[in-house]
Each structure stands twice: as structure tokens, then as C-alpha cells.
Design a binder for this molecule. Structure first.
Ligand code: NAI
Length: 377
């Protein structure tokens, strides 16, 4: 692992998720931008001190010199470091699991995706919400025509944790997220809008054609947007609306997706992730529960417990790790992956996310992003 040391957020989620199915072991790392703190963390994790490195370059060198070198690296650092760290590991011949957004600039994302495409390494990107079984069920229902032609997609990711200027109070996570050089051009849209955009496309199967965006910065002095509304036009004519916000009071982690087709609609909310609401033309609405016998193979492969025993965020993240492990094994064994290793987020999805952020910021900073028609009264 690179990053994810003491006091970091997502690194610990990766460790829990990776260990859950026994497919991964944490054996080496450069856990912190401060080497001494990183070593102290590695010691607490019980790692062999020889495999706790000062930085990612030393880690590559050290691991290349070992017979029992790492299989893959998880990159859990701030956005602007994803590119140099991923590139270095890929070029050294390691498979990579990287956090989203893939990079801080579109140029870097294009270069990284090309490196993966032209090479023979695996690169997974941790779009968390595509790990949930009921999200896979929704994707399956759309793909098998159960909603008919898709008309509209409504997706939102509201959070409340940045509703005040916590970056000025030293909040470690907020400090780099509000620095355009470290976070990238998009604030909320890059941090969480990329999750929403991936989720909407993953379930609906729709491909974005164009968009128009309205970005706002509500917290005074903040350099990046903390609220975004984006109108989406998909290829084939379907429409969408995406809302991301870091200042939405009362929203802990309110990821919500609704997909409306000509025959039915689906609704999924990450704070109730074991349920999918399916409403059909004619008025019948049913709640589909995770673990039910008649779900798709994609959902079953990502389910551990019977219905009624809640599964959630950590299991969804573990499903990504199980999927990455299976994809890597299948690649090495030159076979097709089983269900858990299919439809997992890769470098190309990461590139699409960064391209989306770029288009949103371009749209919002255009002189007349959309024609604002005044109302008479
Ligand atoms: P954080 O600020 O809590 O942790 C960053 C860690 O990286 C710290 O331990 C820091 O010392 C370390 N670090 C920074 N530069 C480094 C370097 N050059 N070498 C080694 N270590 C270095 O950040 P947080 O919130 O954990 O976010 C990290 C990444 O994860 C971001 O890209 C973020 O967008 C993503 N993220 C993804 C989530 C998801 O649901 N998939 C949720 C939260 C964050």
C-alpha cells in the first residue's frame, strides 16, 4: 500500500476490504508522506520492517529485488500523486489498484490509461458504489431489458462534512481537497461527482454525449466548487441530472440513484443498500432484497449473508478487492474471470471520470454555460 497511514481515511477501508475474503495480505508499504510516521504505522500493523519503505520509489526498488515481491499495490494517497505513483509501479511491472479520481488532470489520465491499454498490467479503480450487490442487480435488470428504453437518470451524492471552512481548521482530508493543485480542477464534482457519474453509467449502460453544468462555492474563500448541478444528455437521447454537494446538511453519505425506463423504474439509496425499489408501468411497486434466491449471478457473487443480515459499505469495498483478485488471477491464467471479476472498475472508467470533471468545469466556466431565461414574475 502507498498512503493510508495513521490518521488517513480510505487506507483503513482498503485494508479491511482486502482482508475480508482472504485473497489479499498486506505485506509492504510506504504509508505516509512523512517516512518516520509511515514506519511507525507499519510497525503497528505488524509488517516486516524491511518492507516498510521511506517512499514509493524505495518501495519499487525494494520489492523488485525480492523473490516474494508484492502482487499489486493499492494507492491511497491524495489525487495529484496518483499519476506518478501508478505510472512508476505499472512501469516496474506491478498491477495497481488506485483510488479515484484516477488523476488530477485529464492529460495524466489519458497517459495512464494508455499505459495500461498498451501494456499487460491490470489496473483497478475503486469506485466503491459499483461493489454493491443491489447495484449489480440494477445493472442486470437494465441490461436484460426489464426497464425498457431508459429515459432519465437521476443521481445524487450529497455530503455535509465540508459545510464550514474546515480546511482552515487543519482538517487533513479537507486541506488537500480544496487545493486545486492537489485535488484537480473539480471540487465536489471531482471528489464525489465522479462516484455518481460512474454509478449512473454503470447501472444504466448509457454513454454520455454532452453536459451543461452549474458549479457553486458556498463556503467563503474556498478555491473549488462545493456544490454541482449537471444536466446530462446521453447518446440515444436519454437525459440525466447529477447533483454532488459537500455542503448538504443532514446528508451523511446520501448516494442515490434513480433510473426511469419506458416499462419500469429502479431506485437505490446507499444508506439502505440491501434494497432496490422496482416500480412497474401500471402501478406495481416491489422492494427487491439482497440475498433473494432469484437475483442475478452478478448480485449473488457479491453476497455473503442471507436477506435480513445487513451488508454494506465494507462488503461492497471487499467485493471490489475480490473482483480485482479474480481479474488478476484470470489474466495470469489466461482464462475468463468468474462473475466477481467481471464488470469491475478499471483504468478506462477512471479516465472517463476525469474527462467528466474536465467537461463539467469547462461548461461551468464558459461565458454562457446555458441560456438562463429570466422569469417574468
Ligand atoms: P487522507 O488525507 O486521509 O490520506 C492520505 C494519505 O496519503 C496520508 O496517509 C498521507 O500521509 C499519505 N500520502 C500523501 N502523499 C503521499 C506520498 N507521496 N507517498 C506516500 N503516502 C502519501 O486522504 P483520503 O481521504 O484517505 O483520500 C485518499 C484518496 O482516496 C483520494 O484520492 C480520495 O479521492 C480517495 N477516496 C476514495 C473514497 C472511495 O469511496 N473510494 C473515499 C475517500 C477517499
Amino acid at each position: 500500500m502507498v498512503g493510508g497511514g495513521q490518521g488517513a481515511y480510505i487506507g483503513n477501508i482498503h485494508r479491511i476490504a482486502a482482508r475480508q475474503d482472504g485473497a489479499w495480505q498486506l505485506v509492504a508499504g510506504a504509508f505516509d508522506v512523512d517516512a518516520a510516521r509511515g514506519h511507525a504505522f507499519a510497525a503497528r500493523e505488524g509488517l516486516d520492517p524491511a518492507r516498510s519503505y521511506d517512499n514509493y520509489k524505495a518501495m519499487i526498488e525494494g520489492e523488485l529485488s525480492r523473490e516474494d515481491r508484492i502482487d499489486a499495490v493499492a494507492i491511497c494517497t491524495p489525487n495529484f500523486t496518483h499519476f506518478p505513483i501508478s505510472k512508476a509501479f505499472l512501469e516496474a511491472g506491478f498491477d495497481v489498484i488506485c483510488e479515484k479520481p484516477l488523476t488530477a488532470t485529464l492529460e495524466d489520465a489519458i497517459a495512464l490509461e494508455k499505459l495500461v491499454r498498451d501494456g499487460d498490467r491490470f489496473m483497478g479503480v475503486t469506485y466503491t458504489y459499483s461493489g454493491y450487490p443491489m447495484v449489480h442487480e440494477a445493472r442486470h435488470m437494465v441490461a436484460t431489458g426489464q426497464l425498457g428504453e431508459i429515459r432519465t437518470v437521476q443521481v445524487e451524492y450529497p455530503l455535509e462534512w465540508m459545510a464550514t471552512a474546515i480546511e482552515t481548521e487543519g482538517n487533513a482530508q479537507a486541506v488537500w481537497r480544496t487545493d486545486p493543485k492537489k485535488n484537480g480542477r473539480g471540487g465536489s464534482i471531482g471528489d464525489i461527482g465522479t462516484h455518481a457519474y460512474h454509478l449512473a453509467g454503470f447501472v444504466s449502460g448509457l454513454k454520455l454525449e454532452c453536459l451543461t453544468a452549474d458549479l457553486a462555492t458556498f463556503v467563503q474563500g474556498r478555491a473549488l466548487d462545493d456544490n454541482a448541478h449537471v444536466m446530462l444528455r446521453y447518446q440515444g437521447g436519454a437525459r440525466g441530472l447529477l447533483w454532488s454537494s459537500q455542503v448538504a446538511l443532514g446528508s451523511s453519505n446520501g448516494v442515490r440513484l434513480r433510473v426511469f425506463g419506458e416499462k419500469a423504474s429502479l431506485s437505490w439509496f446507499q444508506e439502505q443498500p440491501n434494497e432496490l425499489v422496482h416500480a412497474r408501468l401500471g402501478g406495481r411497486t416491489e422492494t427487491i432484497k439482497r440475498g433473494a434466491d432469484d437475483l442475478s449471478d452478478a448480485a449473488k457473487a457479491r453476497t455473503r449473508t442471507p436477506p435480513g443480515h445487513p451488508e454494506g459499505y465494507l462488503e461492497a469495498f471487499a467485493n471490489l478487492y475480490a473482483g480485482f483478485a479474480e481479474a488478476i488471477h484470470a489474466k495470469r491464467e489466461r482464462r475468463e474471470p468468474t462473475d466477481i471479476g467481471r464488470d469491475i472498475p478499471t483504468a478506462y472508467d477512471g479516465l472517463k471520470g476525469v474527462a467528466f470533471v474536465d467537461a463539467v468545469v469547462d461548461s461551468a466556466s464558459a461565458p454562457n454555460p446555458f441560456w438562463m431565461t429570466p422569469v417574468a414574475v
